[in-house]
Design a protein around this ligand. Structure first.
Ligand code: FE2
Length: 373
């Protein structure tokens, strides 16, 4: 692992305030919204579809603290959304970034070589106006810049409030998107690292090679890109040669291309959050109980009781600045592609390198069961 440059080295010509929303194209948005409410504690927020004048698609928006998920399905055949789902299964289409100036962000990105998804345009309703613009990143994923300083509606113009008075499961303590990881094809990692550096002014804060991230069977390489204020962090993975098929290759095979591998969401109390998620049926990767036998030797003193972490399967890692607790869900759709990470940071700004081996061995056990190792 190398700590390449400090955060503030990014030449921040594109100030980003945070993740605005994440949009997934899914085969059944109505049922997906129910799942994210029931299992993950999201709350009903907004809706757009036939009732709001859309003819070919509908979207449900759910929210938990600062995290907004948009779940979109086509309402007829032959749409681009339907084609996306046919190729990739359910997955992330849009990582939307909250900016103060969506025209300036788009202009800066285009001048530096971005591919346009759409030019800046303004939408408005009685609650004000929103300016959005979009560029492509890896695979078919896009970044949409969202400028909403003159808007105080529930989500975006075109959406109406969605309330469900009879069914609102409690939130589980998820607060914000900590990072989002992209899996790209063999040999493409550096291309996308350069894209985030050149086009978006991000800086590489960490890198891992196959010596850091390998088990007996599989390996991967990863570089972590961050924007200037550290609110947006995108690790980019590519497969590395191993004896058997790596988890990144399995993803690329089933997703049929590059895409978002996991969304890491932060909590301030991982014990409570994971207890709640488990009770609602969210499934997690399980490391062997022996992981905990040597944990304190590796990470030193921590605030949490190891015996509380063990049955939940929560992992711990330490870096120079502090420690972090993390756990990974199993994949959340039929294809073995995207999953979630739940993370609680106590000073550490890294990504759990000390857990990679235990974690990848757990992943390989799952791959073995699928016959794809
Ligand atoms: Fe992660």
């Amino acid at each position: 692992m190398t700590q390449a440059k400090p955060y503030d080295a990014a030449q921040d010509f594109m100030p980003i305030n945070g993740t605005d929303y994440v949009e997934l194209y899914v085969s059944n948005a109505k049922q997906a919204a129910h799942y994210y409410k029931s299992a993950f504690g999201f709350q009903s927020l907004a809706y757009a579809g036939l009732e709001t004048g859309l003819k070919d698609r509908e979207s449900y928006v759910v929210i938990q603290d600062k995290i907004r998920l948009v779940l979109t399905s086509p309402l007829k055949s032959g749409t681009d959304i339907g084609r996306h789902i046919d190729q990739h299964g359910d997955g992330v289409k849009v990582i939307a970034l909250w900016v103060d100036d969506a025209v300036a962000a788009y202009t800066a990105a285009m001048e530096r070589g971005a591919t346009s998804y759409f030019e800046p345009y303004t939408e408005s309703d009685e609650k004000g106006k929103v300016v959005r613009s979009g560029i492509y990143t890896y695979g078919e994923v896009v970044h949409i810049f969202v400028e909403r300083k003159e808007y105080n509606g529930v989500f975006l113009p075109g959406f109406r409030a969605w309330s469900t008075p009879d069914y609102n499961p409690e939130p589980v303590g998820l607060m914000y998107v900590d990072h989002m990881v992209g899996n790209v094809e063999l040999g493409q990692m550096n291309h996308w690292v350069e894209f985030y550096e050149k086009v978006m002014g991000f800086t590489q804060i960490l890198s891992f090679d196959d010596k850091d991230i390998s088990t007996e069977y599989t390996a991967l390489m990863s570089k972590v890109m961050s924007n200037g204020n550290g609110r947006i962090k995108f690790p980019i993975n590519e497969p590395a040669a191993g004896k058997k098929k790596s988890q990144v290759e399995e993803y690329l095979d089933f997703y049929e291309g590059a895409g978002v591998q996991h969304i890491a969401v932060a909590t301030s109390n991982i014990l409570e959050t994971v207890t709640a998620l488990r009770s609602r049926g969210v499934e997690f990767l399980q490391v062997p109980s022996s992981y905990y036998d040597t944990l304190l030797e590796r990470v030193g003193t921590i605030d949490e009781d190891i015996e509380a972490l063990r049955p939940l399967g929560i992992l711990v890692d330490r870096d120079d600045e502090g420690y972090l607790l993390q756990i990974f869900t199993r994949t959340v759709q039929s294809r073995p592609t995207m999953f979630f990470e739940i993370i609680q940071r106590k000073g550490a700004r890294s990504f759990g390198k000390g857990n990679f081996k235990a974690l990848f061995e757990a992943l390989e056990r799952e791959q073995e069961l699928r016959g794809t190792l």
